[in-house]
Design a protein around this ligand. Structure first.
Ligand code: AQP
Length: 334
């Protein structure tokens, strides 16, 4: 039994990218692993936010995770800010991580853009807190989308430096493995096949939300950027056609197959036909999740109760690990 950890920022309703790239795999991993999942509200304040909106989105994200199949009887689910071990270890890791390592993070470069001087210091040190999220539990498997691979690799650099600097005997922190699964590990924007689909993309047409209704899904897919060629019969024919590749990858992920199988059915056909089939499939898969999310949100106290219980369980695991890490650093903890 391995320990799995992952988190998601409550920066909006999850997109199809969050769902296919990460969250759907979280529920699959509940079989045969000890799973710990977290709504990482502390990460969600790095880009500026409205407190009331953050609180609403945090609860909505909890409902979304429950609706996609995270089972609190089998997994620990909690709000990050309810477990102080994360920021305690996060601070230690900010002092272990090197400035140069953090400077090389592509997500920081993308999010800071040309505004580097004015972004929060938290956006820069975010990966150190993410390393703490994982290692506060000594988790070894981290299911994420492809965009988070670099941060998981940095987690290993931090673990190794901590072990080197503060452990004479056995390494204290384990190495972690990113679990990046399926044909939709990086779902791209519907408007630009070179950009990933994001909750915070300024264009609503660029993303599908798991709560979108049938009309919005159909419209967004109909308007999704494509090229004039019909679909190829083989996956090789998708090379150099990022938008087509993205739409085929989404269909493959939703049907638990691969691009080759999708192209056996749709190869040679135009995008008109294909988009209609894809939109119908999305409506069939996402509709029940959105309905369950709405049902759960009618009772916020129950959602918060589930996550409070999760926080107690999470603290019981992380508290002794982080206290020992602090002791190794030299904190007296008297
Ligand atoms: N487009 C994507 N394709 C596949 N996986 C994705 N993930 C995010 N976008 C895609 C995965 O979703 C998990 C949770 O992500 P997050 O919310 O913690 O952070 P993020 O990667 O910054 O996601 P967004 O949607 O782009 O949020 P904003 O717009 O707030 O920055 C992660 O495992 C991530 O890999």
């Amino acid at each position: 039994m391995q320990r799995v950890f992952s988190g998601i920022q409550p920066t909006g309703v999850p997109t199809l990218g969050n769902y296919l790239g990460a969250v759907r795999n979280w529920s699959k991993l509940q079989d045969g692993n000890e799973c710990i999942y977290c709504v990482v509200d502390q990460h969600a304040i790095t880009m500026g936010h409205d407190p009331k909106v953050l609180a609403r989105r945090t609860r909505e994200m909890a409902a979304a995770l429950l609706a996609t199949g995270i089972d609190p009887q089998r997994s620990i689910l909690f709000y990050q800010s309810a477990v102080p071990a994360h920021v305690r270890l996060g601070w230690v890791f900010e002092c272990v991580a090197r400035f140069g390592w953090l400077s090389r993070m592509t997500q920081f470069k993308d999010k800071a853009g040309k505004n580097r001087e004015n972004v929060s210091a938290g956006l820069f040190t975010y990966p150190a807190l993410m390393a703490a999220d994982i290692l506060a539990y000594k988790a070894t498997r981290v299911p994420v989308g492809d965009d988070q691979r670099q941060h998981v690799e940095l987690t290993n650099d931090i673990a190794q430096k901590f072990n080197h600097d503060f452990c004479d005997d056995e390494p204290f922190f384990p190495l972690v493995e990113p679990v990046i699964l399926g044909p939709a590990a990086r779902v791209m924007s519907l408007r630009d096949g070179s950009k990933k689909m994001s909750k915070s993309d300024p264009s609503e047409q660029a993303r599908i939300l798991i709560t979108d209704d049938a009309d919005s899904i159909s419209l967004k897919i109909r308007r999704a950027k494509t090229d004039p060629e019909p679909l190829p019969s083989e996956p090789d024919g998708l090379e150099g056609r990022p938008e087509a590749k993205n739409l085929v990858g989404i269909y493959a992920a939703l049907t638990d197959t691969d691009s080759a199988t999708v192209l056996q059915t749709f190869g040679g056909r135009g995008f008109g036909d294909y988009k209609k089939a894809l939109a119908d499939l999305l409506v069939a898969k996402l509709g029940p999740i959105a309905a369950e999310m709405q049902r759960l949100l009618a009772d916020p106290a129950t959602i918060d109760g589930i996550l409070r219980h999760g926080a107690t369980q999470a603290a019981a695991i992380s508290e002794p690990i982080v206290t020992e890490a602090e002791r190794r650093v030299g904190f007296l903890k008297a």
